[in-house]
Design a binder for this molecule. Structure first.
Ligand code: FES
Ligand code: FES
Length: 207
C-alpha cells in the first residue's frame, strides 16, 4: 500500500485529498442538480403542436399561432402577411431578411418567432411615418440605390439601424453596416451615397 504521506514532510495527504475532492464533487453535483431543477421549473415546454404567442410588430401586438420551430421570417410573411421582409438564402448568409429586434438588426430567417416574444420587432413596413417614407427610403429612391430590389428591404433596415445609433456616419460606417447585406446587382456605391444623404438631411432637419 502506498504511503499516503508526502516524502517532503508537507501535510499533503493523498487519502484526505481524495476524500476532500469527493466531498467537493458531491457538493458540486448537488448544486448542479439544484440548478437543473430550478431551470427545469422555469422552462416551459412547448410543442410539438402549434403554440399561441403575442408578437409586438411595428408597434402593434399581433396574436399568432406558430410551430415551435417557425422562423420569424416565415411568421412575418405567412402568418402576418408582411411580405416586405424577403427570404433569399434562408440560411443566414445574405441578410435580405434583415429586421430589427429592439435596436439590433437580425436575420429573420435564422431567428425563432418564439424567441421574439416580449421584444420590439420592426420590419420594413414599420419605418415610414404615415404617408411619409423614412428618410433612408426616400434617399434610396432619389439616389437610385436599387436594381432588382431583392436585397433592398434588408439593406434599408441595416441603414436605418445605423442612423439610429449614429446620426453622422462616415462612408466607412455605412460600408460596415451593410457588409453582411449581399447585393448581386452591385448597388453598394449608391447605397453609401443614399445613406449619407439621408443622415445629412435628418441632421439638418433636426438642427
Ligand atoms: S434570407 Fe435570411 S440571411 Fe438570406
Ligand atoms: S438590387 Fe438586386 S440584389 Fe441588390
Amino acid at each position: 500500500v502506498a504511503n499516503d504521506r508526502d516524502d517532503s514532510g508537507s501535510s499533503f495527504d493523498r487519502r484526505r485529498f481524495l476524500v476532500g475532492t469527493g466531498v467537493v464533487a458531491a457538493a458540486t453535483a448537488a448544486i448542479d442538480g439544484a440548478e437543473a431543477k430550478e431551470t427545469a421549473s422555469k422552462t416551459r415546454i412547448v410543442g410539438p403542436g402549434k403554440v399561441k404567442i403575442d408578437l409586438r410588430v411595428n408597434g402593434e401586438v399581433k396574436h399568432v399561432e406558430v410551430r415551435p420551430g417557425a422562423t420569424l421570417a416565415e411568421t412575418l410573411r405567412d402568418a402576418l402577411h408582411l411580405t416586405g421582409t424577403k427570404v433569399v438564402c434562408d440560411r443566414g448568409s445574405c441578410s435580405a431578411c434583415t429586421v430589427m429586434i429592439d435596436e439590433l438588426t437580425v436575420c429573420a430567417c435564422t431567428t425563432f418567432a418564439l424567441d421574439c416574444v416580449g421584444r420590439r420587432i420592426t420590419t420594413i413596413e414599420g419605418i415610414a411615418r404615415g404617408d411619409r417614407l423614412h428618410p433612408v427610403q426616400e434617399a434610396f429612391i432619389e439616389h437610385d440605390a436599387m436594381q432588382c430590389g431583392f436585397c433592398t428591404p434588408g439593406m434599408v433596415m441595416s441603414c436605418v439601424a445605423l442612423l439610429q445609433r449614429r446620426t453622422t456616419p462616415t462612408r466607412e460606417d455605412v460600408r460596415a453596416a451593410v457588409s453582411g447585406n449581399l447585393c448581386r446587382c452591385g448597388t453598394y456605391p449608391k447605397v453609401f451615397e443614399a445613406t449619407l444623404a439621408a443622415a445629412k438631411k435628418t441632421t439638418l432637419s433636426k438642427g
